[in-house]
Design a protein around this ligand. Sequence first.
Ligand SMILES: Nc1ncnc2c1ncn2[C@@H]1O[C@H](COP(=O)(O)OP(=O)(O)OP(=O)(O)O)[C@@H](O)[C@H]1O
Ligand SMILES: [Mg+2]
Length: 281
Amino acid sequence: MLKITITSTKGGVGKTTLTANLGALLADMGLRVLLVDADVQPSLSKYFPLAAERPTAGLTEVIVRGQVTATCITPTVFPNLHIVVSDDPEGHLPNWLLGRIDRGFRLRFALHSPVVASNYDCVLIDTQGAIGPLQDAALMAADMLVSPITPEILSAREFKHGTMELLERLEPANALGATLGPVKAVIYRQDRSADARLIASGIREDLTRLDGRVSVLATVVPHAKAYKEAATLRIPVHRHERRRDGVMPSASTVMHHLVWELIPSLKGVHVDALQLQELLS
Ligand SMILES: Nc1ncnc2c1ncn2[C@@H]1O[C@H](COP(=O)(O)OP(=O)(O)OP(=O)(O)O)[C@@H](O)[C@H]1O
Ligand SMILES: [Mg+2]
């Protein structure tokens, strides 16, 4: 089972959109996917409609009990796509975690629960764009970290300083047996300006110098209205924009390439129109 945490110390860069759409495409490809909303602002929990009217439990129980049980998981309306919802609107969990000596490992150990190991192929964890104990726990729980970077000068600086400092701070955990996953940066929401292209290539150069600790994916997610539209319709973007005329690739093409780059064993697996029709019927 593969666990991926979507992270950035910067808010509003596209973490939730990316988590939801990666999860939904993987689910349509036939993987059994568990989303975990580890942001106290529950955007991912509201992203797709849920199959249950009211979740029985969510992240609070997972963190406090240190275990995932079936009651903590809610199916979405999409096949193969389930979620541990965020249920801590007043933000008590980060404080609770601060008082625990095992705070960094709590989610990692919880995800070892049999209900996760036997029912899911992939876990995707969404985080809040800030630093704190819940973010640390989410980073330490993953095999791989995916970080969207908007090619704007402030985001690029924030990534270099914020995200890299965060990773350096957590690196001592390696000595405790929790190897921090490789970081895959995704140039995200790139517009068609020359400035954005220049900054994107600067980010690639800068990160290449970091001795392989961070790699920048070749796939670029463009700034496109399909992502917002799909979020409004509460459907996966690869279902919303399957084809597109013009130079920009469709959202479906972009998301497929992203999945293939992150999980090379899925290369060539394609959710085509026929499969979608079956899924929708
Ligand atoms: N590729 C894209 N093109 C255009 N707009 C996008 C794209 N991806 C996401 N957005 C929009 O950008 C906004 C921020 O996205 P999102 O909520 O996913 O960011 P976030 O990093 O999760 O934010 P937060 O830090 O608040 O949790 C949303 O309005 C979303 O619809
Ligand atoms: Mg978010």
